[in-house]
Design a protein around this ligand. Structure first.
Ligand code: IPM
Ligand code: MN
Length: 352
């Protein structure tokens, strides 16, 4: 199979970790007889520097023409500490999600036996936890009307959702639950927010169509607590954009490192595969960042964009093996010998 991949490394550690994922993709292609063709494109702060736009039209065209997008991270401290900046790297990521219609962000949380001791949670709580967080990605407060009034002294962001937006993500979540352990937790704040009440209403309308799925409604504050109190309670969790952003960072602790959480963003046009961690500017160029989340995102790319399950599994197995063998970056090394970003990437590729 010919795989047309748009490569958007972005900023900070993005280029280093994407480079390792590309090694894994190439190893899989060699093993299974596929041919990967990469087209590089700018996104984030590097795109602002070059084009004055964090998601230039050229980049969008390349994404639209590709079968999948492999994405690193965006962000730059030059913008973080300047609340008056007119353009921000993150706007590029948001523009990409919106223009590609990527309304569903799938963030699986899986545990690796040999890493359980790295989790801040007790082993018996974490061992066997396996959940899929489905975050709505193109609506809510991220995209609702925002602004300032009264001379800039009052600021607002609007959380807005349409029936259509809520229906499509909830249907997708029910379908996922059917493919897994048939348990769905709908997370909202329906005791306070009108948008959450629309979510819950629509979830209750859809639920009878999936009688096998056990649905559970949970307020987001409680969900934040249950996630670390009893992570094994969850199978599929679905929630709106901002709640999902926050809960998935929290969920990444369950596994022991944020450097392990991969994601797939799917929807109308080309799907995007990216680690959930950010650009980690302090580590940029130091060859110390954990590349496994991006490598696992490449595994999701094979599975979700190309339907190539064995290829995805080959990457997952090699990643699990590297963790077991202790060929990991310092965040996972537990004080033992650690390896550089590129050494981990080489080892994983060699073991595919
Ligand atoms: C994420 C990130 C982004 C988000 C930022 C970089 C805009 O935190 O993908 O979770 O908030 O969605
Ligand atoms: Mn986030």
């Amino acid at each position: 199979m010919k795989l047309k991949i748009a490569q958007l490394p972005g900023d900070g550690i993005g280029p280093e970790v994407v480079e390792q994922a590309v090694k894994a993709v190439n190893a899989v292609c060699k093993k299974f007889g596929h041919e990967a063709e990469y087209t590089f494109a700018y996104a984030g702060a590097c795109a602002i520097d070059k084009f004055g736009n964090p998601y230039p039209d050229e980049t969008h065209e390349i994404c639209m023409q590709s079968d999948a997008v492999l994405f690193g991270a965006v962000g730059d401290p030059r913008f973080d500490n300047d609340p008056t900046a007119k353009v921000r790297p993150e706007q590029g990521l948001l523009a990409m999600r919106k223009k590609l219609g990527l309304y569903a962000n799938l963030r699986p949380v899986e545990t690796f036996k040999s890493l359980i001791s790295k989790s801040p949670l007790k082993t018996e709580l974490v061992d066997g936890a396996d959940l899929m967080c489905i975050r709505e990605l193109t609506g809510g407060m991220y995209f609702g009307e925002k602004g300032r009034k009264e001379n800039g002294n009052v600021a607002y962001d609007t959380c807005i959702y349409s029936r259509e937006e809520v229906e499509r993500i909830l249907k997708l979540a029910f379908e996922y639950a059917m493919k897994r352990r048939k348990k769905l937790t709908v997370v909202d704040k329906a005791n306070v927010l009108e948008s959450s009440r629309l979510w819950r209403q629509i979830a209750q309308e859809i639920a009878p169509k999936y009688p096998e799925v056990e649905v559970d409604y949970m307020f987001v504050d409680n969900a934040a607590m249950q996630l670390i109190r009893f992570p094994k309670h969850f199978d599929v969790m679905v929630t709106e954009n901002m709640f999902g952003d926050i809960l998935t960072d929290e969920a990444s602790c369950i596994t022991g490192s944020m450097g392990l959480l991969a994601s797939a963003s799917i929807g109308v046009h080309t799907s995007v595969f990216e680690p959930i961690h950010g650009s980690y500017p302090q580590a940029a160029g130091k060859n110390i960042a954990n590349p496994l989340a991006t490598i696992l995102s490449a595994a999701m790319m094979f599975e979700y964009a190309f339907g190539l399950m064995d290829e995805g599994r080959a990457i997952r197995n090699a990643v699990a093996k590297s963790i077991e063998a202790g060929v990991v970056t310092e965040d996972l090394a537990n004080g033992a010998k650690s390896y550089s970003t590129s050494e981990v990437g080489d080892w994983v590729a060699a073991n595919i």
